[in-house]
Design a protein around this ligand. Structure first.
Ligand code: NAP
Length: 302
């Protein structure tokens, strides 16, 4: 995988396009429409697509694959990140009667092979364990990821939603080959700032990825509390940053922290991909970063 910063284990860029919600809209999404979104991303310098086996009740990877394959060479222009290891009752996972995790090596290999077929690519650029599976020994997980790397079915591996201890344990077993920890982060979820996640990423030269940067849209929909205070502060700051939209300011806020998490955009609106991408060009001032922190928390720093 190409890297833009040699000192990092792997660099996916400032922004990535997330596909969790692409099949949520009432009107069906055509491959052409999704391919249009992908082209818009490329135009804006966004060349990472984030997806997962479980998205859309196990249907999103196929939709992403069809759009990528609708045009010769399109998939080569992107880094594809996919995740696996969550089983919920469904046609796809008929053996699961309740939601559960499975990060056994055999399951990871099996699911990666399925993702390759659905995405229509020869290799997955970055393959993540979606959630820590408390029942699987990390040696087993490491063995599956190692096999996938050794056979070239995946180019890089990482994890999502891992604690620092889970990351450290698996990373040691993998000889320091984990390249990211994809975690929830934004002004309405600041845990990785204080639970050691971002410090560990800095120490290990790993660029984290930030999911649900807008708290899944509740930044805009919640009528009270933190979201309301935050919207007020973002609206106040917008003129200072060239009338930047609120989502762009949030992305700039995320990118301002030293670990510089790759922000995963979750919008289904092509215009919001464009307006949000401005966030990658904004240098947020310290005073304003802390003002956003304060608005989200409802109090000043201790
Ligand atoms: N690793 C994990 O466990 C994990 C978990 C969750 C998500 N993810 C990844 O992270 C990606 C992003 O997560 P997310 O979808 O929750 O991101 P998000 O950006 O926090 O939320 C996206 C939602 O916010 C809405 N939104 C965006 N801008 C808006 C605006 N200006 N006004 C009103 N609503 C707005 C979008 O609606 P519109 O479509 O109408 O714009 C969409 O419904 C996912 O696609 C997925 O790839 C990973």
């Amino acid at each position: 995988m190409s890297t833009t910063n040699d000192s990092l284990r792997c660099d996916l860029g400032d922004l990535a396009y997330g596909t969790w919600r692409i099949l949520d809209d009432p009107q069906p999404l055509s491959s052409e429409e999704l391919a249009r979104r992908f082209h818009k991303c490329l135009e804006l310098g966004i060349d990472t697509i984030d997806t997962a086996e479980i998205y859309g009740d196990y249907a999103v990877e196929e939709a992403v694959g069809k759009a990528l394959q609708s045009e010769s060479g399109l998939s080569d222009k992107f880094r594809i990140v996919t995740k696996t290891g969550i089983n919920v009752p469904s046609k796809e996972k008929h053996h699961a009667s309740i939601p559960q995790y499975d990060a056994t090596g055999d399951n990871l290999v099996h699911c990666a092979e399925k993702s390759l077929r659905l995405l229509g690519v020869d290799a997955i650029d970055l393959f993540l364990v979606h959630r820590p599976d408390w029942l699987t020994h990390p040696e087993d997980t490491a063995s599956g990821l190692g096999k996938l790397l050794d056979t070239g079915k995946v180019k890089e591996v990482g994890v999502s939603n891992y604690t620092i201890y889970q990351f450290e344990t698996l990373d040691q077993l993998m000889g320091g080959r984990l390249v990211t920890n994809q975690v929830e982060f934004g002004p309405l979820c600041m845990d990785p700032l204080c639970d050691g996640t971002f410090d560990q990423c800095l120490q290990k030269k790993v660029r984290p990825m930030a999911w649900s940067p807008l708290a899944g849209g509740s930044l805009f929909s919640d009528q009270e509390g933190a979201a309301k205070r935050l919207r007020g502060k973002l609206a106040e700051l917008s003129p200072k940053y060239g009338d930047a939209p609120m989502d762009a300011l949030v992305y700039a806020w995320i990118l301002a922290v030293p670990a510089k998490p790759t922000v995963i955009l979750g919008t289904n609106k092509i215009d919001r991909i464009s307006s949000g991408a401005k966030g990658g060009t904004i240098q947020m001032e310290r005073e304003d970063w802390y003002a956003i922190w304060e608005a989200a928390k409802g109090e000043s720093v201790p």
